[in-house]
Design a protein around this ligand. Sequence first.
Ligand SMILES: [Fe+2]
Length: 254
Amino acid sequence: MPLIDLSKSSGLPLKLDAEYKLLFGRGVENAKADARTRERMEAVLKNPAVEAPPEFYYMYRNIHLKKDAAKIDKSNLRYDITVLPPFNVGGEYNKTFGHYHPKVAGTDTWFPEVYEVLHGHAHYLLQNGEEFLVFDARRGDKCLMLPGFAHVTVNPSEREPLVMANWVFPGFESDYKPIEKMGGAQYFETHHGFVPNKKYSDIPHVKLIAPKIFPELGLSRRPLYTEGTANTKKFSWLFEPQNFSELFAKYREI
Ligand SMILES: [Fe+2]
């Protein structure tokens, strides 16, 4: 596989090498990949007994240009990149473990997150017990991980790696236990489509939703990194979502 140039889509001088690792260009602070292992992923696979690669995906946290370090430090935000190589495990597409975010202390609102596809194709699966939403996202698409929804990222491709970015508030711990306890999300995505996870008794229908441009929340045509570093206030909804409930509701309507 030739190098994949991510500079246009990410706004950062980055490439992906043949081993699905990031190469950092001039001015970018080097970061180490944190790998999600097969041993950890077995808890959420449809067919945990089937042979699988030792590493499922790579997480790079706090990627930034050195010149932006002080600004990002002050912003209450963190920019991460995740790489999911293309493979399947017994017909189930490669995916992330999945987790919930906690509530903002003293409020009734959960921390949200924003995702962007830098290369490849993504299905973002969101569940909150009442609804099961699936974003179908391509390069340049931005998707809001709505407050209160657990989220799983799927790479539904057999050939192309998925490279994606996110901005998130770095001051909370994600909760992996509810998804782990149920052996995965409410659906597994396989060659045969979405297969219900039988451990759940009551499963809503899959509702496909389209990524959208939503300037009120900083979701423009520009890369997330460019948009966020140009004006970090545009993403203040990531750490004070309790003040943006109306915009989250409006986001669902369009
Ligand atoms: Fe998250």
